[in-house]
Ligand binder design. Structure first.
Ligand SMILES: NC(=O)c1ccc[n+]([C@@H]2O[C@H](COP(=O)([O-])OP(=O)(O)OC[C@H]3O[C@@H](n4cnc5c(N)ncnc54)[C@H](OP(=O)(O)O)[C@@H]3O)[C@@H](O)[C@H]2O)c1
Length: 239
C-alpha cells in the first residue's frame, strides 16, 4: 500500500465543503482551506474523527500567492495533491442589473471562477502524477438558467461547466478527471446571502450538506476508467 491520497478541499470550513471533507475522510489525508481558521479547525477535528488525517491551511482563494504558499506548505508535509474539491464560493443579495455593483460582480467572479481556475492551474502537475479528480462545486444555475441566482453568480457558475469540459478534453490522457457538480438549494449558511432568507421549514425540505458530501465521495471513489462529467442534484421540492 502506498501513501494515502491527499485531498485538498476549499470552502472546507462549512456547508458542502465541510461535508465533503468529512464524508471522504476515511483513509485520506485532507487539506482544509478557507478564510476562517476556527471553522477549519472544527472540520479538521471531524475529519480525524471520521478516520482521516487533517491539515488546516487557511487562505483567501482570490489570492493567487496564498494558493501557491499553501500548495508549497502541503507539499512539504504530504508531497503532492491527489484530488480536489473546490467548494469556496460567494454571492450577494444584490443580484440584478439595477442593484448589483461591478465591485460585487468582480468579487463573485474572482471567488467562483478565477479561484477555481487558479487552484487547478497550481496543482495540475500533481493531479497528472496522481491521476487525480477535481470535483468542482458549481450550482444548478450553472446547469440550467435560474433567474433568482444573480447575474454574476449565474455567469460564474455557468463558466465552470466549460472549465471542467476543457480539463476533461485536454487532460484525459494524463488521467485527470473533472466533475461539474451542480446542486440545487442546499441548507447551508449560503442562504443568508439571498435577498429573502428562507424560513427553517423551507430549509428542511432542501438538500442537506451531507447529501452533497455523499455525492462528492461517490465521484472521488469511482474507479479511474469512470468519468462523471456532470452531476445535478436537486431537492424534490425544487421545480
Ligand atoms: N447553498 C446552496 O443553496 C448552494 C446551491 C448550489 C451551489 N452552491 C455552491 O456551493 C458552494 C459551497 O457553498 P455552501 O452552500 O456550502 O455555503 P457555505 O457554507 O457558505 O460555504 C462557502 C464556503 O466558501 C468559503 N469561502 C468563501 N469565500 C472564500 C474565499 N475568498 N476564500 C476562501 N474561502 C472562501 C467560506 O469560508 P470562509 O468564509 O471562512 O472563507 C465557506 O466555507 C459554493 O460554491 C456555492 O456557490 C450553494
Amino acid at each position: 500500500m502506498g501513501d494515502p491520497r491527499v485531498l485538498w478541499v476549499t470552502g472546507a470550513g462549512s456547508g458542502m465543503g465541510r461535508a465533503a471533507a468529512v464524508t471522504a475522510a476515511a483513509g485520506r489525508r485532507v487539506v482544509v482551506s478557507g478564510r476562517r481558521r476556527e471553522q477549519l479547525d472544527g472540520t479538521a477535528r471531524a475529519v480525524e474523527a471520521a478516520g482521516g488525517e487533517a491539515l488546516v491551511l487557511p487562505l483567501d482563494v482570490t489570492d493567487t500567492a496564498a494558493i501557491a504558499d499553501a500548495h508549497r506548505e502541503l507539499a512539504s508535509r504530504w508531497g503532492a495533491v491527489s484530488d480536489l474539491v473546490l467548494s469556496a464560493g460567494s454571492n450577494s443579495p444584490h443580484r440584478r442589473w439595477g442593484d448589483q455593483t461591478m465591485e460585487g460582480f468582480e468579487r463573485i467572479v474572482a471567488t467562483n471562477l478565477m479561484a477555481v481556475a487558479a487552484v487547478i492551474e497550481a496543482t495540475l502537475p500533481d493531479l497528472r502524477a496522481a491521476r487525480g479528480t477535481a470535483v468542482v462545486i458549481s450550482s444548478y444555475s450553472g446547469w440550467s438558467f435560474s433567474p433568482g441566482a444573480g447575474v454574476a453568480y449565474s455567469a460564474s457558475k455557468t463558466a465552470l461547466g466549460s472549465v471542467c469540459r476543457n480539463l476533461n478534453a485536454q487532460e484525459w490522457e494524463s488521467g485527470v478527471r473533472a466533475t461539474h457538480l451542480c446542486p440545487g438549494d442546499v441548507n447551508t449558511g449560503f442562504l443568508e446571502l439571498r435577498p429573502e432568507v428562507p424560513a427553517d421549514e423551507v430549509r428542511r425540505g432542501m438538500l442537506q450538506p451531507e447529501d452533497v458530501g455523499r455525492a462528492v465521495a461517490f465521484v472521488l471513489d469511482s474507479p479511474p476508467h469512470v468519468r462523471i462529467d456532470e452531476l445535478v442534484l436537486s431537492p424534490t421540492q425544487q421545480h
